[in-house]
Ligand binder design. Structure first.
Ligand code: KG4
Ligand code: ZN
Length: 349
């Protein structure tokens, strides 16, 4: 099979990204460029991503980011085989900006247009980084999503369970907000948790008493709020002590890690019951950048004799390389779109 080279575009949340990815004749994926322009500072004053601000910033930056990705890759538009773009799910203004940019490029060049599901992008990343064969199990854990997916083919995902309320990344971000830490909260909370005592606060481990792989993280946020207020009350209302903040972060992170580990154990049991030839468990999504959580999942896989795949941190968080790769996989299945492609705020796999 001849090599295939795609431009990928991602703008579903607060990262404007463009990448050029090539699938070589032997099936190996190569990232020729992967440019990510974050928007953290634009949203900092608001304590979370503001959809209108995000959409405007995407619209302003997309052309530049696409140009930078092509230059870095040393590829001209006519050296591409197609354009892949996140068509959902996500913040609709941002998704629309990306889709319009991709449509313009497709119209101007005649290159095929491929609409990619953002979640498929995360879930297929282990095939780009590690050439994982199907079927594998993936825990997709990010700011907006948390689910176990059995990846049977590039267009066949079977959901084994997931969160019934908040996603863990959202909980990390809210925790950071409650503790007056900058956004995105995950890396901040992880940094402070390293020095804290994870057992000082008895945070809940929701749904562990129920069978199955479903999870819940909203109660954890309420528990953290109460514990924080109790700490502030202890100081007579003067504010959180540094040690309180460290212990709150450590306790919160330990609770999330416990839930993810135990539910992963159950998802792995279900997956292994189907006796795949080369069993593998992968993590994807922004929260997969958390080294504590990665470590727990690695040990779990080691104990079960499962190959564990955790992509490099820059491919765990939102990026366009994963979209380009998922686009390549779709193109190989003959799934190509046209200019009627629409942006979808919701798009379950
Ligand atoms: O996949 P992603 O970039 O965007 C979504 O599709 O949601 O994930 C972003 C999320 C944010 O909530 C961020 O706080 C979280 O991933 N995150 C982390 C870490 N790095 C990023 N959470 C925990 N620990 C980290 N080190
Ligand atoms: Zn994502």
């Amino acid at each position: 099979m001849s090599p295939i080279t795609l431009l990928g575009i991602e703008s579903s949340c607060d990262d404007t990204s463009a990448a050029v990815v090539r699938r070589h004749a032997d099936g190996r994926g190569e990232i020729l460029s992967n440019i990510v322009a974050g928007q953290t500072e634009l949203h900092a004053a608001f304590g979370g991503v503001v959809p209108e601000i995000a959409a405007r910033a995407h619209a302003e930056k997309l052309d530049l980011v696409v140009a930078a990705a092509l230059i870095k890759a040393g590829v001209e538009l006519d050296g591409l085989d197609g354009i892949a773009v996140t068509a959902g799910p996500g913040l609709i203004g941002g998704v629309l900006s990306g889709v319009m940019c991709a449509k313009g490029l497709s119209l101007g060049t005649g290159l095929p247009l491929i609409g990619v599901n953002h979640l498929a992008g995360h879930a297929l990343t282990p095939r780009l980084t590690d050439a994982l064969p199907f079927p594998y199990l993936v825990l997709l854990v990010s700011g907006g999503h948390c689910q176990f997916l059995l990846v049977e083919a590039a267009d066949r995902f079977h959901r084994l369970g997931g969160t019934i309320d908040d996603a863990p990344g959202e909980a990390f971000d809210k925790t950071a907000k409650l503790l007056a830490l900058p956004q995105p909260g995950g890396p901040q909370v992880e940094r402070l948790a390293e020095e804290g005592n994870p057992s000082r606060f008895a945070f809940p481990r929701p749904l562990l008493d129920r069978p199955g792989c479903d999870m819940s993280f909203s109660g954890l946020k309420t528990a953290l709020l109460r514990a924080r207020d109790a700490c502030i009350a202890e100081t007579g209302g003067t504010g959180l002590r540094a040690a309180d903040r460290l212990d709150l972060c450590a306790g919160f992170q330990a609770a999330v890690a416990d839930v993810l580990e135990e539910k992963s154990r159950r998802a792995i049991d279900t997956y292994l019951a189907a006796t795949p030839a080369h069993p593998a468990f992968a993590v994807a999504g922004g929260v997969a950048a958390n080294s504590k959580i990665r470590g727990r999942l690695q040990s779990l896989c080691d104990a079960r004799g499962l190959h564990f795949v955790a992509p490099p941190l820059n491919l765990c968080t939102d990026n366009a390389a994963m979209i380009a790769w998922a686009g390549i996989e779709k193109a190989l299945l003959g799934q190509v779109d046209d200019l009627t492609l629409s942006a979808r705020p919701r798009w379950p796999l």
